[in-house]
Write a protein that binds this ligand. Structure first.
Ligand SMILES: Nc1ncnc2c1ncn2[C@@H]1O[C@H](COP(=O)(O)OP(=O)(O)OP(=O)(O)O)[C@@H](O)[C@H]1O
Ligand SMILES: [Mg+2]
Ligand SMILES: [Zn+2]
Length: 490
């Protein structure tokens, strides 16, 4: 009897909660190699095992995959996982099949070999119960009649275990990576009554979550797990480079990278040409850098990704196509050399840093002109010029990013947490009680140093003149334009 047959052996099943929990712990250790569960995982896994619909909002790197991979291993039949990016799908499937236990998983996407797709479809069509997970893109699920026939047959035989929608914010026009075919998933789920659905995302505002629920027809009785989106090991900073020339900015990026010698990082650039130029510039300075963007062939992208995952490449200069869902734990910094179009997009990209829980930096090189450039891109040109409420919504989101970059008073970490949790967010003090405020963000660092200065006899004013100290000040007197040496010192 194989490990997977043993796990599902009905003779071993008892349906009480205690027994279920024991089995989950055992599989988590034996199959996935984890000593225990992280916050929320056990509760979500138990709920989906009991066929409840689940909406899971867990921070980037929080361990969302386990919430459906472990139940997939334990359930009869196949779990269908809808995921937006080919690189993410390939990464997940290869991790599953190469685990010590070798979890049977496959993908059917535009980059999967036709012969592999045929073999998987054939196996599923015969209901052989071999594959535990099938990853597909929403486009494949929307377009393939063969796949639908197979799912229908599996469903009839009660072998369609679960439908999982990863990166579920892509469903929502209120999300930041909207993909039209995600919208059709509500119809897909309606075709298979009784099959539980799980929607997962790291970055979703309340409007996005409501839209996800509506689109996937997730009812009131669903389990919604929303963990704080806070990532305490990430340190945020914004460096205003508005007055710097492109050459100066490149030099600053180079110093930033040098300060993180041999550490892994991602640098987000606005255009494909920017990514290529910056990678060349860094290479000429002896940095192991490569570029990555949607204009490359899939083979080229795979080579870069593999080199980066294995540590041969230290820095990837990328457009935003890069990184969503890629599980590389030791990314020590994410540098935005251009702005994200929304705080949701920013948090997703910055969240690639520090997935191992170690201190990591998220720094934006903010150039005021970038806001105008992005406004023009978002608005569109000529006959592609956009109008109406959707344009306004996208411009409002960019405005959030601008405000975040130009913030002078409030903790950046608190702003982000409050943006996603929809409440007032934790106070700076609450955020900082587990760590030094200097480690939290540039604004807290500036406030802390100002506090230190103000407790001495004099305080520096905006124009650099000294005035008599008036006790502790809790606010920086001016926008703390980050001292470059501070940012560059890593
Ligand atoms: N219970 C656990 N114990 C130890 N490690 C875990 C546990 N659960 C997940 N992990 C590890 O945490 C890492 C991140 O997990 P995962 O890729 O599922 O994150 P995620 O929440 O999907 O993030 P993203 O939003 O970026 O996709 C993985 O390397 C995974 O093996
Ligand atoms: Mg994930
Ligand atoms: Zn702070």
């Amino acid at each position: 009897m194989s490990l997977f047959e043993a796990i599902r052996d009905p003779a071993r099943r008892r349906d009480d909660d205690e027994e279920l929990e024991k089995r989950l712990l055992w599989v988590n250790k034996r199959v996935f190699g984890h000593e225990g569960f992280r916050g929320g995982q056990l509760q979500i896994i138990k709920a989906t095992m009991k066929k409840r619909d689940c909406v899971v909002i867990l921070a980037t790197g929080g361990g969302k995959s386990l919430c459906y991979q472990l139940p997939a291993v334990l359930s009869d039949g196949v779990t269908v996982v809808v995921s937006p990016l080919l690189s993410l799908i390939e990464d997940q499937v290869s991790t599953l099949v190469t685990t010590a236990a070798g979890i049977p998983a496959a993908h059917a996407t535009s980059s999967t070999k036709e012969s592999s797709i045929r073999a998987v479809y054939c196996e599923l069509h015969r209901c052989h119960r071999w594959h535990k997970l099938l990853y597909v893109t929403p486009e494949r699920l929307a377009a393939s009649d063969t796949l639908h026939d197979i799912l229908r047959k599996l469903h009839e035989r009660k072998l369609l275990a679960r439908i999982v929608v990863d990166e579920a914010h892509c469903i929502s026009e209120w999300g930041h990576d909207f993909r039209p075919d995600y919208r059709k998933l509500g119809d897909v789920r309606a075709e298979y009554p009784g099959v539980p659905v799980m929607a997962l995302t790291a970055t979703a505002t309340s409007a996005t979550i409501a839209d996800i629920r509506r689109s996937l027809r997730i009812g009131e009785d669903a389990v919604v797990h929303r963990a704080s989106s806070d990532r305490p090991n990430l340190r945020y900073a914004v460096c205003n480079v508005t007055t710097q020339s492109d050459e100066q900015i490149n030099e600053m990026i180079c110093s930033f990278v040098a300060a993180h010698h041999a550490e892994c990082g991602i640098i987000y650039c606005m255009t494909q040409a920017d990514a290529e130029d910056l990678a060349d510039f860094l290479c000429n300075r002896g940095v192991k850098a490569e570029y990555y963007h949607a204009g490359m062939t899939s083979l080229q992208r795979r080579v870069v990704q593999m080199g980066w995952t294995r540590g041969r490449i230290h820095v990837v200069c990328a457009t935003i196509a890069y990184g969503m869902g890629i599980d590389k734990k030791d990314v020590r910094y994410v540098l935005h050399a251009s702005l994200a179009k929304s705080l949701e997009g920013y948090y997703q990209e910055a969240g690639r840093a520090g997935r191992d829980g170690q201190p990591s930096e998220c720094t934006i090189f903010y150039k005021k002109n970038d806001v105008a450039k992005l406004q023009r891109i978002i608005t569109g040109f000529g006959k592609h010029r956009r109008r109406g409420p959707k344009l306004k919504r996208d411009l409002d989101r960019l405005e959030d990013v601008r405000r975040f970059c130009e913030e002078t008073k409030h903790c950046r970490r608190a702003i982000l947490v409050s943006h996603f949790n929809g409440d007032g967010g934790p106070s700076t003090a609450a955020l900082s009680d587990d760590r030094s405020p200097v480690a939290c963000c540039d604004i807290c660092a500036a406030t802390a140093s100002q506090y230190k200065n103000s407790t001495t006899t004099t305080t520096t004013t905006n124009n650099g003149a000294k005035r008599p100290g008036r006790g502790p000040s809790t606010r920086p007197a001016q926008r703390p334009r980050i001292d470059t040496s501070y940012v560059l010192s890593g």
